[in-house]
Design a protein around this ligand. Structure first.
Ligand SMILES: *[C@@H]1O[C@H](CO)[C@@H](O)[C@H](O)[C@H]1NC(C)=O
Ligand SMILES: *[C@@H]1O[C@H](CO)[C@@H](O)[C@H](O)[C@H]1NC(C)=O
Ligand SMILES: *[C@@H]1O[C@H](CO)[C@@H](O)[C@H](O)[C@H]1NC(C)=O
Length: 311
């Protein structure tokens, strides 16, 4: 056993409750939880400097040039601004997700069930202080607040994984039932869309097929186009909305960790559609951009110094 695993196990033993109450994957337990799990769909209308809604979509493990050559992603690029000098933080996946909402990797260095202490804040604390509504949408999560990993029970394929849910490693989220209730699946995404109960900040993770992790950039690109095309003309979704599609990391560990990233939505002026921007940004810019937009302050971590994306 590696040393951090022992630490995680010890921490786990002292505050087991928060991380174990929603992990059952048994058929009956899941059916029961799906019917009763607390689900929240908060709304708000806090005016931002650049946008009033922020949508972050993460795809998986693709080198910049592979993504830039994909037809689906070329379509996405044609709708917005491609950031040609945008860099991920590290390898593998989980620390990138963790860093993008917490301003640091917090010593998460592998794809494991790490737990970050409940005193550690995230973007969620800043959003809530300012009254900005938020939700996570994780495609095949079996029910809201689920804290485990989920496999497609028909074909055994990976579906939803904890490591691709940016907030699940933070005890400050998982020990709070109202926060867990905002970690939802795509059934809830379309319900929220239908009911016009979309939040102002959201993080979207497609399943392990659609995000390219277990498939290819071709699948991820086709998914991205298919998902985004109807949303871009949906007035419930597009309300001074900035969508940022990015990748967690490159596939190649020895290469530069430059990831293909596109800004789109009606917060991007039509005149900038299909253009590029070569300013250096990174996953911490996601936080600094959101913090700047709604005057949220910062966590005093790497979010505080990350370059802000200005459109
Ligand atoms: C999505 O989550 C909701 C709320 O917990 C649950 O009722 C529903 O069954 C889930 N949908 C799928 C397809 O798992
Ligand atoms: C991922 O979602 C798509 C629908 O968007 C579905 O066709 C596919 O089977 C899902 N993958 C798994 C492993 O369940
Ligand atoms: C590129 O982005 C930077 C920072 O957001 C901005 O200041 C600059 O105006 C942009 N350049 C173009 C050509 O859009």
């Amino acid at each position: 056993m590696h040393f951090p695993t022992i630490i995680a196990a010890v921490i786990g033993a002292t505050t087991a409750y928060a991380q174990t109450q929603y992990t059952s994957t048994g058929t009956a337990a899941v059916a029961a939880a799906a019917a009763t799990a607390k689900t929240l769909s908060p709304v708000s209308s806090i005016k931002g400097k650049q946008f009033d809604r922020f949508v972050n979509i993460w795809l998986e493990n693709t080198d910049y040039d592979m993504a830039a050559g994909d037809p689906g992603l070329q379509w996405v690029a044609s709708q917005g601004i491609t950031l040609t000098n945008y860099n991920a933080i590290t390898h593998p996946s989980q620390p990138n997700y963790v860093a993008s909402v917490g301003g640091d990797t917090h010593w998460v260095w592998e794809d494991w069930s790490f737990r970050i202490g409940s005193d550690v804040k995230t973007i969620v604390d800043l959003l809530e202080d300012a009254g900005v509504s938020w939700s996570l949408y994780q495609e095949d999560m079996p029910y809201s607040g689920f804290e485990g990993n989920w496999i497609n029970h028909e074909n055994g394929a990976n579906d939803y994984v904890r490591k691709h849910n940016p907030l699940m490693s933070y005890d400050s989220v998982t020990s709070n039932e109202d926060r867990l209730a905002k970690s939802k699946n795509f059934t809830m995404f379309y319900k929220d869309l239908e009911a016009a109960t979309m939040p102002q900040w959201m993080f979207i993770t497609p399943n392990m097929t659609n995000d390219g992790h277990d498939t290819s950039v071709t699948v991820a690109g086709a998914w991205a186009k298919g998902f985004l095309e109807p949303l871009l003309s949906n007035p419930t979704f597009i309300q001074n909305t900035l969508i940022m599609l990015t990748f967690d990391e490159t596939e190649c560990y020895l290469c530069r960790n430059r990831v293909f990233t596109v800004l789109l939505g009606d917060a991007v002026p039509t005149s900038l559609q299909g253009t590029t921007n070569d300013t250096a940004f990174n996953h911490y810019s996601i936080m600094s951009t959101v913090e700047n937009n709604w005057n949220l302050g910062d966590l005093g971590l790497k979010d505080a110094s990350a370059p802000v994306i200005l459109i």
